[in-house]
Design a protein around this ligand. Structure first.
Ligand code: NAP
Length: 483
């Protein structure tokens, strides 16, 4: 029995419409990172269960692909309503397994629901083409069809909304799916099975397995029935999945790691830059792929920015995300906390200075930390921090800042604060990043495409581009028409 009661908590996997245990009955514990308490267990499934889930999705695809876009839009709209009618319940489940403040969890459920309605409408606009024919007696037609069974693997940092961005377009396009949520936060993933069932998604169209990630991933990649892999997570695992998918030449979407730069120029409104910087750094305790990893502040406003930013960081309320007013929760696990400490020590050894924070509060809680004197030989110049640490680099010239910002294998999100329009455009065009916020620190929305350059990924989620990832294009030549 789980130690926490919630309508959407399921300790089983969903295969072909049935909630089931792993064949060998093995389970994994799931804990609450704020308290260390065990919440409950989930099945430790592997290859056999994954293959069964793929078969169920494959069988369901045979009929689901023929439903109309309007019918699928209806399912997605009902799923949206189920989520919003139960927003608090779902947010509490999310906070309990992941640790983020309840207000952020409420926001995550809402944005996930919004992705569903966005794709419900996009699915109704999957237009084909009639192509002017070079032959008098033939007519040429281009149509878009669902790609087939989709395998989706997601991380723990947005355990609900990262799935919304995959489930929404998959259903809208007429695809069926097999989902593997992260081991640390499986309940928000499993909850999607209940939401979908309540909204009338037919059995087998969504299957969810938890357990041995490498084994599940390998089974998904090796299966010829799975025609697409959509993954959000680290670049390391993304590369592995791309390699494994090569054998069956699958369509892939990869939303991978980041190393976001945040550039603040002398002309910037410092108070606005501080507001944006706090959101772009400390949201989700610094554990988002678009969280600022490196602040670059121009000489003329460096000291003023550091002073105001430090004051704002020190005002953040850290604690159990379930408590009122908490703005920063714990890190996800001990490994994450260890990594943050190692990166801070490395920076201090190389000459950085702690302006604020720099230590553990207790448990998995780390103080919001501001470091100055950052240099490009420090490990966070090239590695994702994924924690509440803000390293500040000082720069003089515009091109120096752009070059430094681009000096990474990643290319997901970048931010720039400036009041100079010409400079804004020069920097936008100079940044090798898939998402750029100008005078804004939080920019994700279902209406816009989200995806990285370089080793941050392949493809886009959201926007009108998002559904294309779940479609394949068929050209039809109608001949012998007697003209
Ligand atoms: P991760 O270690 O790559 O894990 C992500 C998912 O992959 C989890 O479900 C994990 O399962 C699974 N996995 C691990 N090894 C696997 C394997 N060999 N085969 C198949 N699946 C495997 O990443 P994370 O630590 O959870 O998440 C943080 C990373 O995600 C960061 O790099 C962050 O930047 C990135 N991220 C990117 C975006 C984006 O949109 N670009 C959004 C959010 C996060 P288990 O949990 O069961 O091990």
């Amino acid at each position: 029995m789980p130690s926490f009661s919630n309508t959407y908590l399921r300790e089983a996997n969903l295969i072909g419409g049935m909630w089931v245990a792993a064949d060998n009955r093995k389970t994994l514990n799931v804990d609450n990172p704020a308290t260390g308490d065990i919440i409950g267990t989930v099945p430790m499934a592997g290859q056999v269960e994954t293959l069964r889930a793929i078969d169920a999705a494959h069988e369901a695809f045979a009929s689901f692909r023929h439903t109309t876009a309007n019918e699928r839009a209806g399912i997605l709209r009902r799923m949206h309503d189920v989520m919003m009618d139960n927003q608090k319940e779902l947010a509490e489940l999310l906070t309990t397994e992941m640790g983020k403040p309840l207000a952020e969890a409420m926001g995550e459920i809402a944005i996930g629901a919004n992705y569903l309605t966005w794709f419900a409408e996009e699915g109704r606009r999957v237009y084909g083409d009639i192509v002017p024919s070079p032959w008098a007696d033939r007519r040429l037609m281009v149509r878009h069809e669902p790609v087939g069974v989709v395998a989706a693997i997601t991380p723990w940092n947005f355990p609900s909304s990262m799935l919304a961005r995959k489930i929404g377009p998959a259903i809208a396009a007429g695809c069926t799916s097999v989902i593997k949520p992260a081991e640390s936060t499986p309940y928000s993933g499993l909850a999607w099975g209940l939401i979908a069932a309540e909204a009338g998604l037919p059995d087998g169209c969504m299957n969810i397995v938890t357990g041995d990630a490498p084994e599940i991933g390998k089974a998904m990649c090796a299966s010829k029935k799975v025609r697409k892999i959509t993954f959000t997570g680290s670049t390391k695992v993304g590369k592995l999945l791309m390699q494994q998918s090569a054998e069956t030449v699958k369509k892939v979407s990869m939303e991978l790691g980041g190393n976001a730069p945040f550039l603040i120029f002398d002309s910037a409104n410092v108070d606005k830059a501080v507001e944006g910087a706090i959101a772009a750094k400390f949201r989700n305790s610094g554990q988002t792929c678009v969280c600022t990893n490196r602040f670059f502040v121009q000489d003329g406003i460096h000291d003023e920015f550091v002073e105001k930013f430090t004051k704002a960081a020190e005002a953040l309320k850290v604690g159990n995300g379930a408590e009122d007013g908490v703005q920063q929760g714990p890190l996800i696990n001990q490994a994450a906390l260890d990594k943050v400490q190692v990166l801070v020590k490395d920076a201090l050894d190389k000459g950085a200075e702690v302006v604020s924070g720099g230590d553990v509060i207790g448990g998995l809680f780390y103080k919001p930390t501001v470091l100055t004197g950052a240099t490009d030989d420090m490990r966070f110049a090239t590695e994702e921090i994924f924690g509440p640490v803000a390293p500040i680099f000082r720069f003089k010239g515009e091109q120096d800042a752009v070059d430094a910002a681009n000096n990474t294998d990643y290319g997901l999100a970048g931010y720039v604060y400036t009041a100079d329009l010409g400079q804004a455009f020069r920097v936008i065009e100079g940044l090798e990043y898939g998402l750029v916020g100008v005078n804004e620190g939080v920019i994700t929305t279902p209406e816009a495409p989200f995806g990285g350059f370089k080793e941050s990924g392949v493809g886009s989620e959201g926007g009108r581009q998002g559904i294309e990832e779940y479609l394949q294009t068929k050209y039809v030549c109608l001949g012998g028409l007697g003209f």
